[in-house]
Design a protein around this ligand. Structure first.
Ligand code: ATP
Length: 343
């Protein structure tokens, strides 16, 4: 019997509709049934339905546990921020890999899993002026958020056989970053089979550039994760092709809700022209399948997409001539051929 999963599909703006079509075509090539439950998060519907559309999205995501989100316009509010707050999405997992065919100034291969605590740090307090010429803001590090992120990072490491590097400025930010490293060490002790290294964050940036193969899963606080993700994407040659998992946990640290999305925006300049590159949303779907426990199929989806790019089957943004639909058909065919029983 084919396994069946319910997935909340958060429809968006711009190229979102084409990406959704591409995802549905691809889903048909998979040996499982994904029942998509759509919620319309387009700007038009958000303006018409207001809070009700978020209530609907949150209820659907909580019921299904997993969601795939297409890019949305940020106007009155950022849907990403609203969902992050309402679902308590406290950790972001952002794989960053050099992608064949994507031009880059960097001559080495990069294959990082950045696990970032998505709350606190310096980002929850915009700060305030003290007199006319001074300003202050609070930096917050909470044990629970570090625990969740560290457990996620080490569980991932154990599952895929990778090592974990935690990085911070614990020698200077003794209380906050010291707490982060202490909690991380407590979690590391529960995973004796996983190799764990500690780096100072500034040194880590230099080392990733000089010896990227030494780093696999990197666990960091909010602002460091923000800087590191963009630097890594820059090295990999594209801010546009990445995908991420946004995660919320139950009291025992198990993932309760996971929302997957592409890093790029709504690309209004090419919307409706069958030119959108669906690579990032396909990689987001692969992350979603892995979260559902379908790691083998997730790997086939990811490898099929990347191998086609390597062989020059690419959309126009990557210098190729494929359309959204022809690239999608090629990935679907590749998946089918890889999953066909031999003989
Ligand atoms: P938003 O305000 O939603 O972030 P934007 O246009 O400022 O939209 P992006 O959507 O990331 O930012 O687009 C930046 C550029 O990259 C645009 O020229 C766009 O066409 C291109 N682009 C982004 N995503 C894709 C994609 N999936 N396929 C092809 N081109 C893309």
């Amino acid at each position: 019997m084919r396994p069946t999963y319910r997935v909340t599909e958060l429809l968006g703006d711009g190229i979102g509709a084409e990406l959704s079509q591409a995802v549905h075509t691809l889903a048909e090539a998979l040996p499982l049934d994904l029942c998509f439950e759509p919620v319309d998060l387009s700007l038009e519907n958000r303006r018409a339905a207001r809070d009700a559309v978020y209530d609907q999205a949150v209820a659907s995501i909580l019921a299904n546990g997993v969601a795939l989100k297409y890019p949305t316009i940020t106007a009155e509010e950022s849907p990403n921020q609203v969902l992050r707050r309402r679902l308590n999405l406290s950790v972001i997992h952002r794989p960053v890999t050099t992608i064949p065919g994507v031009p880059t100034n960097f001559r080495r291969d990069l294959d990082l899993d950045i696990v970032r605590i998505a709350t606190g740090g310096t980002y929850d307090d915009p700060g305030r002026m003290i007199g006319n010429d001074g300003a202050v803001s609070l930096r917050i590090v909470e044990r629970q958020a570090v625990l969740e992120a560290a457990r996620y990072a080490f569980t991932l490491a154990r599952k895929v056989g990778r090592r974990v590097t935690s990085a911070s400025k614990y020698t200077i930010q003794k209380a906050t970053d010291g707490l982060f490293e202490r909690v991380t060490n407590e979690v590391a002790a529960q995973f004796p089979e996983v190799e764990h290294n500690v780096e100072l964050f500034d040194a880590l940036l230099a080392k990733i550039i000089m010896a990227p193969d030494k780093f696999q899963i990197v666990l960091v606080l909010n602002e460091y994760g923000d800087f590191l993700s963009d630097m890594a994407c820059g090295l990999a040659g594209s801010l546009g092709i990445g995908a991420s998992a946004n995660l919320a946990f139950d009291a025992s640290g198990v993932v309760r809700v996971a929302l997957f999305d592409a890093a790029h925006g709504t690309a209004p300049d090419i919307a409706g022209q069958n030119r959108a590159n669906p690579t990032a949303i396909f990689l987001a779907l692969a992350l979603l399948l892995a979260q559902l426990g379908e790691t083998g199929i997730a790997q086939v989806l990811k490898d099929s997409t990347l191998d086609l790019l390597r062989r020059g089957v690419r959309t126009r943004d990557l210098g190729g001539s494929e359309s959204t639909t022809s690239f999608t058909a090629a990935v679907a065919a590749e998946i089918r051929s890889r999953l066909e029983p031999v003989g």
